[in-house]
Design a protein around this ligand. Structure first.
Ligand SMILES: [Zn+2]
Length: 145
């Protein structure tokens, strides 16, 4: 599972708000389309402001340097007139996200460029939060035979 570093307040806008498109200068490598990724909040604040104050995520915990959520990297397309409004920017590739699932507990991690591979301990700290016990086989099935 890969991770994508996004600076605040845009990471919170994905995890707690309405942002479902990430503006990037490159396309998504085809092998990562349709895969689940981790949304990582970078340590530094973004140089850009939100497109509008109305879009400020609520809540906005502003956690930095941590994995905040999982999401599916659904598709990728070049910016077209007004597409992905209000989050899509012109002259970028739009990486479309879906199924954003916030982590109950953010997992600290250093970020990196591109779609990076998280260390094993980070991955396991994420996965354990979504772990569900396997369904137990009802005993009556055996007894009924
Ligand atoms: Zn778009």
């Amino acid at each position: 599972m890969r991770a994508l570093t996004i600076r605040q307040p845009f990471a919170d806008a994905i995890v707690h708000g309405t942002k479902r498109v990430e503006n990037r200068s490159r396309t998504v490598p085809a092998r990562h389309l349709g895969t689940a990724i981790l949304i990582h909040a970078g340590k530094a604040p973004h140089a850009l402001e939100l497109p509008s104050p109305d879009l400020a995520p609520n809540p906005a915990p502003d956690v930095r340097g941590a994995i905040l959520a999982t999401a599916v990297l659904d598709s990728c397309h070049p910016a077209a007139d007004g597409c992905c409004s209000p989050w899509g920017m012109t002259d970028f590739w739009h990486w479309v996200l879906r199924d954003v699932r916030p982590l109950p507990r953010p997992v600290p991690a250093a970020g990196a460029l591109g779609l990076w591979i998280p260390p094993a301990n980070v991955l396991s700290d994420v996965q354990v939060q979504f772990w569900e016990p396997p369904p137990t086989r009802p005993r009556t099935t055996e007894a009924a035979r």
